[in-house]
Design a protein around this ligand. Sequence first.
Ligand SMILES: Nc1nc2c(ncn2[C@@H]2O[C@H](COP(=O)(O)OP(=O)(O)OP(=O)(O)O)[C@@H](O)[C@H]2O)c(=O)[nH]1
Ligand SMILES: [Mg+2]
Length: 299
Amino acid sequence: MSNSPYRSGVVAIIGPPNAGKSTLLNQLLRQKIAIVTPKPQTTRNRIMGIVTGVDYQMILLDTPGLHQARETINRQMVRIALESLAEADGVLFLADCADMPASKLDSRAEEYRGYLGRVTAPVVLALNKRDKLTPERLLPVIDWYRGLHPFAAIVPISALSGAGIDDLLGELVRLLPEGPQYYPDDIPTDATERFIAAEIIREKIFLLTRDEIPYSTAVVIETFAEGEPVVIQATILVERESQKGILVGQKGKMLATIRRNAVADIEQMLGSRVRLHLWVKVSRNWTANAGILRELGLS
Ligand SMILES: Nc1nc2c(ncn2[C@@H]2O[C@H](COP(=O)(O)OP(=O)(O)OP(=O)(O)O)[C@@H](O)[C@H]2O)c(=O)[nH]1
Ligand SMILES: [Mg+2]
């Protein structure tokens, strides 16, 4: 029997785009809640995940990648990420340890210090994708980060394989104050099935299209009718007519592939059959439209 008190609280996961924040959230939850793609700026909203242990409950916040944002939607994404810091008892800064020749790192030091300077809670650094570096190449990266900020701990991990995850979890639990269990054991997230369904459709678009198309796309669920099958009607917003052509594809082939891939994942999430109807609609300049951004939870 352990005598340690029950701990609970919020840990915000922040870091540059594509570092593996959403992969880590899914790994810690042991199920897929957040979408993951090889493209930066995949995550646009704050996504909550709850990890419950014997003597702790950790509320994790996955956030959009921190970057120097120009477009309205990107500025909103960065704002959402930084706002998550206000409610955090602890912060996990996640970086890709393989993404960094020393010269590139130095050019980012000021940007990273700017983010970390806003944090009052203790920060654990996870150096992700350690599977991509030999231990000898990892050491100078660890040293560089030591000089960046007085991190509470530095833990090399692989969010993909799970290597180092138990050590990381231990360090994060130490950041939590004493507190009660806020949520039942078996609730992994506060995200609705409706939201996750829209995200899954967006993931398929990110995986299947190129260039600016993923970034010009949003998904709005119009109806989500429980039943067998669950019937979902969704609109894919694009900014221009030419993008609509690409998303629909020759003889509707692209849209059919997006639909088929999304249905497979949504069926797995819901554990029931799904009928998905997709429309593509041109909504000029939606990425700067306050009403649409609000509807997407981005304002
Ligand atoms: N090799 C390797 N790849 C990883 C690891 N963790 C994540 N990735 C890959 O890195 C890419 C980005 O992962 P995400 O989890 O979407 O990254 P993110 O930080 O959430 O990105 P944004 O939402 O865009 O900020 C995906 O292709 C992942 O499969 C890892 O430990 N090792
Ligand atoms: Mg993400």
